[in-house]
Design a protein. Structure first.
Length: 125
């Protein structure tokens, strides 16, 4: 358990996912990426008082995710987040002596549900 905690506390486990994410992000970038992610204009935002711009629109997100390489990039992004949640839960569970297998199973599929599972487990035990 000591080696596992030392390994998980380091950044080594998440580095390959992050590197893969950066590679996919660069590969997925195209001239219209930024305008699809954050539509709007600065001029419209400051005209007539405060008029916030740059809020993502569902149509733009759908267009981006319809591209295979962008969808792969988004999937890797989610994997990095889910891995981070699982790493955090495992370190705390080992330190506090509480079960973590169910949290990891849920985190693999949905990071937020796994995190909630971990919080409930900690509260109950």
């Amino acid at each position: 358990a000591r080696w596992t905690v030392r390994f998980l506390r380091s950044n080594v486990p998440i580095v390959p996912l992050c590197v893969a994410y950066v590679v996919m992000l660069v590969a997925s970038w195209s001239p219209d990426t930024l305008s699809l992610m954050m539509p709007g204009s600065l001029e419209a935002g400051i005209s007539d008082g405060f008029n916030p711009q740059y809020f993502p629109k569902l149509d733009g997100i759908m267009t981006l995710l319809s591209r295979r390489v962008t969808a792969a990039s988004a999937w890797l992004h989610l994997m990095c987040i889910n891995f981070f949640v699982g790493k955090h839960a495992t370190i705390r569970a080992l330190r506090e002596g509480i079960p973590v297998w169910h949290t990891l199973a849920l985190t693999l599929l949905t990071g937020p549900l796994g995190l909630c599972s971990h919080w409930v487990t900690r509260a109950v035990l």
